[in-house]
Design a protein around this ligand. Structure first.
Ligand code: HEM
Length: 163
């Protein structure tokens, strides 16, 4: 399993994070449906806290694996059977920089959104004076995680999967 389970020469944790990034999106959509349409505020809180923990654990293990065990993404790229040309490598690096903008801001924004919601939303949760700020932060957090997911998948494809 040292090369991951999606069929490319990566690592288990890299593939695990890719799958988590894909699975997070439908759960998030369901959580927003629950709060916006069904007004199930308690369910929304539980799902968002669950997503926050999954994100934290997945990204934490991923960083430990990528930086400490693999020694950086370039070492993982080196495991490829079909090597990347210098142009392909430069392109993958650019996609990575764009991905990092979202990947770094997402945990900060999520921690802020969750921290403020836990402090200022009533318990059990329901609309309150904090709603206006929470909706703004909530939608920004949503857009950020979706862009993290999409750009992460694009990077994975060009760095590890594309021939
Ligand atoms: C990062 C985590 C979270 C995200 C991304 C998020 C996202 C959102 C979004 C986008 C909305 C607005 C939906 C609409 O347009 O009507 C919303 C509403 C709401 N959220 Fe969250 N949420 C998060 C965490 C939480 C937590 C932890 C709580 C409870 C402590 C909570 C309680 C609520 C409530 C009560 C509303 C309804 C506000 C109203 O309609 O006045 N959220 N959330």
């Amino acid at each position: 399993m040292k090369d991951g389970f999606l069929g490319f020469r990566t690592s288990f944790m890299l593939d695990f994070v890719v799958v988590s990034l894909v699975l997070i999106v439908p759960v998030l959509v369901y959580s927003l449906f629950a709060v916006k349409v069904q007004k199930r505020y308690g369910l929304h809180r539980r799902l968002q806290l669950l997503l926050g923990v999954v994100l934290l654990v997945a990204v934490g293990l991923f960083e430990i694996d990528l930086q400490w065990i693999q020694g950086g993404w370039l070492n993982v790229v080196d495991k490829r059977e079909v090597k990347l040309t210098s142009v392909q490598l430069a392109f993958a690096r650019q996609v990575l920089y764009i991905h990092l903008c979202f990947a770094i801001s997402t945990p900060l924004l999520w921690a802020t959104t969750i921290g403020l919601a836990l402090r200022h939303m009533p318990s059990p949760p329901q609309p309150s004076p904090h709603s206006k700020l929470h909706k703004t932060l909530g939608w920004l957090s949503t857009i950020d995680i979706v862009l993290t997911s999409v750009t992460g998948l694009v990077f994975y494809y060009f760095a590890f999967a594309a021939k």
